[in-house]
Design a protein around this ligand. Structure first.
Ligand SMILES: *[C@@H]1O[C@H](CO)[C@@H](O)[C@H](O)[C@H]1NC(C)=O
Ligand SMILES: *[C@@H]1O[C@H](CO)[C@@H](O)[C@H](O)[C@H]1NC(C)=O
Ligand SMILES: *[C@@H]1O[C@H](CO)[C@@H](O)[C@H](O)[C@H]1NC(C)=O
Length: 356
């Protein structure tokens, strides 16, 4: 360890004494670590000028997350008829990559949902169980808005996780019975990449090659679903394979194969049947992978998604954003209520009233 401590001291003292001479500094006799002073980037960094930000990118992105019916803990935390929730792990996931969150409360009036969509730079659909009624209709409407914004020239990404994957599959295929039964409740799994897949410009683009390789041999992703779609059904459904490219499949407890990652080539829309947010932020199941590699999976997916949101030009008035951020709500710890989530944001009419 001790030689690491000397290196910065060496760099600083060398800089002090040699800044005006063209000098090469070596860690040891053979390895140059710093070139001074001409074309080296180390000198540029030391001069105190920061490169100007890329004007094509939005460095203050916000993400809308659609709430799911219920309290996330089967009535243990709230029995309010209109309660809906967002597990805090999705919020932390987005925040960890440098974006803020606006909750899109699914049973708010349509005009408010519309207003909130104009405050964000991308949308996340969470896991859950609801596939019918108002929730389905709202997800369908938001999905169509995402496509519309992109068609109008705005880069507006969507990340659909677990239930989100299933709902998007139903919406794109225009077939609400397209899903099949799978046994992948509370299961860590691998991801098997399709043959000859190019991961450039996909959710896996930022993964180091070693991590991509490990995804197919180590159980680095968390599954928790009873439905899914087989690659066969996917490929024979024209609407699905013209919209999505299948990137990976996974195998359930009965060795049945299902599509686990799909990405649109035309839109910045990514659907994952697995839970990238859980590895770093959920502890309720002993099966959730928490290894160094598993945490990197969470981080790379979050970084990919938020980097897509930075390409959105939407820059709404700051005070409108502030009024709607998730920071206006407090999460409830529910690890002791024992329902899989550690923390949830619960939205009820009462809370909405309290904010007015
Ligand atoms: C200097 O660094 C090089 C490359 O890191 C290494 O191969 C070499 O063994 C080092 N030499 C000494 C004397 O530590
Ligand atoms: C919700 O209702 C159930 C069943 O009546 C009850 O056991 C539970 O304590 C209630 N939860 C809350 C937070 O009041
Ligand atoms: C549920 O919420 C909607 C919209 O906020 C409201 O119109 C309705 O009255 C609420 N119902 C109950 C039972 O609170």
């Amino acid at each position: 360890m001790s030689h690491h401590i000397y290196i910065p001291i060496l760099i600083i003292s060398t800089l002090l004494s040699f800044t005006s001479a063209r000098t090469t500094v070596f860690i040891n006799e053979s390895t140059p670590i710093l070139l001074l002073p001409s074309s080296s980037s180390a000198v540029g960094e030391m001069s105190g000028s920061c490169p100007s930000p890329d004007p094509r990118l939005n460095y203050r992105p916000t993400i809308g997350i659609v709430s799911h019916p219920g309290d996330g803990a089967s009535g243990r935390l709230s029995n309010a008829t209109n309660a809906s929730y967002i597990a805090a792990s999705y919020v932390k996931f987005v925040e960890s990559a440098g974006a803020r969150v606006v909750p899109i409360i699914y049973n708010e009036p349509v005009e408010i949902i519309q207003t909130k969509l104009n405050l964000v730079n991308g949308v996340l659909f969470t896991g859950g169980w609801s596939k019918t009624g108002l929730y389905f209709d709202v997800i369908e409407e938001v999905f169509n808005q995402v496509l519309k914004k992109n068609d109008a020239g705005e880069h507006f990404p969507l990340l659909a996780i677990c239930l989100g994957f299933e709902l998007v599959t139903m919406i794109v295929s225009k077939n609400n019975n397209i899903l099949e039964a799978f046994s992948a409740s509370d299961q860590a799994s691998t991801l098997q990449f399709m043959n000859n897949i190019n991961i450039e410009e996909t959710v896996f683009q930022r993964f180091p090659p070693e991590l991509v390789a490990k995804l197919s041999t180590e159980c680095l992703v968390m599954q928790n679903h009873k439905y899914g779609i087989s690659p066969e059904t996917f490929q024979k459904t024209k609407e699905l394979c013209s919209f999505f490219k299948v990137l990976t499949t996974s195998t359930d407890e009965n060795n049945k194969v299902y599509v686990s990652t799909a990405q649109s080539e035309r839109y910045p829309v990514t659907a994952v049947q697995w839970h990238p947010e859980k590895n770093a932020f959920e502890w309720g199941s002993s099966v959730i992978p928490h290894s160094d590699n598993a945490i990197q999976v969470t981080q790379h997916v979050a970084n990919y998604f938020v980097s897509e949101a930075r390409k959105s030009f939407n820059r709404p008035p700051n005070d409108e954003v502030l009024k709607n951020l998730i920071y206006n709500y407090s999460p409830t710890y529910c690890g002791t209520a024992g329902k899989g989530y550690d923390e949830v944001y619960i939205f009820t009419d009462n809370e909405k009233m309290a904010r007015l």
